[in-house]
Write a protein that binds this ligand. Structure first.
Ligand code: C5P
Length: 234
């Protein structure tokens, strides 16, 4: 069943905490991104844990395998449901992340987080790929990196909902997908270019739907999140 991930992209810890208070009864997964992680990560983790909520650490780890493994050990906690890495860090780095997640979870007696891989950032245009030394289009590169992530033991990839059907056909239903760029009909697109509705993302087979501003900027975030959950179940 598809699950809702709410991106807490706010610059103050108190604002993130207010959103958690308002929304946790709907049992979403909360996403903590780089800004919150560097700005007020420990405070927010403690807040999540006091309310027993699940969260996704959008850490996008990308460094040498040893450093990534050590960072991963710091991020594994009982509520950490997902932690992600950059597939461009390489197979050995991703394997180190997956192994460290499992080992640390064993030590803590908790379930290891899913390790997801970011393939090609959606902010990278096709014409940007050659200067990075990458041949082929974004789709080709994303598929190749997804295969590398799967072989390294990652649970799935971050991708557009438009790519879910192909990825599932290629790698099987057990290889999970986490999709941003979700917009309920009638809500502002903001900077997201190729959006899909919650119902379309569920129909495509997306496992985790990431939604930020349509909920966090709503006059009533609870009602906005509830409407998305209802649409996902319909
Ligand atoms: O507010 P909005 O629903 O656009 O938020 C989407 C979230 O997903 C943001 O935290 C954004 O950084 C993240 N994201 C994305 N596109 C990607 C990867 C991550 O929008 N390709």
């Amino acid at each position: 069943m598809s699950q809702l991930v709410i991106a807490l992209d706010v610059d103050e810890a108190a604002a993130a905490e207010r959103l958690v208070d308002e929304l946790y009864e709907l049992d979403p997964i909360f996403k903590i991104g780089l800004e919150a992680l560097y700005g007020y990560g420990d405070r927010l983790f403690a807040y999540f844990e006091a309310r027993d909520v699940r969260y996704f650490v959008d850490a996008k780890l990308h460094d040498i395998p040893n450093t990534v493994a050590r960072a991963m050990r710091r991020l594994v906690r009982p509520g950490a449901h997902i932690v992600n890495v950059h597939a461009l860090g390489g197979g050995e780095m991703m394997r180190a992340a997956v192994d460290a997640a499992r080992e640390r979870a064993d030590e803590l007696g908790c379930t290891p987080p899913h390790v997801f891989a970011v393939t090609i950032l959606t902010s990278i245009a096709p014409e940007d790929l050659p200067e990075l030394g990458l041949r082929g289009g974004p789709g080709e590169n994303a598929t190749r990196l997804a295969a590398l992530a799967r072989d390294a033991g990652c649970t799935g990839v971050v991708c557009s909902a438009h790519e879910v059907r192909d990825l599932k056909a290629f790698f099987g239903g057990d290889f999970l997908t986490l999709t941003p760029g979700i917009r309920p009909r009638g809500s502002a697109h903001g900077d997201q270019k190729r959006v899909v509705t919650p119902a379309e993302a569920v129909a495509a087979g997306s496992d985790y739907l990431v939604v930020g501003r349509p909920i966090t900027n709503a006059a009533n975030p609870w009602a906005a999140a509830k409407a998305i959950l209802d649409e996902m179940k319909a």
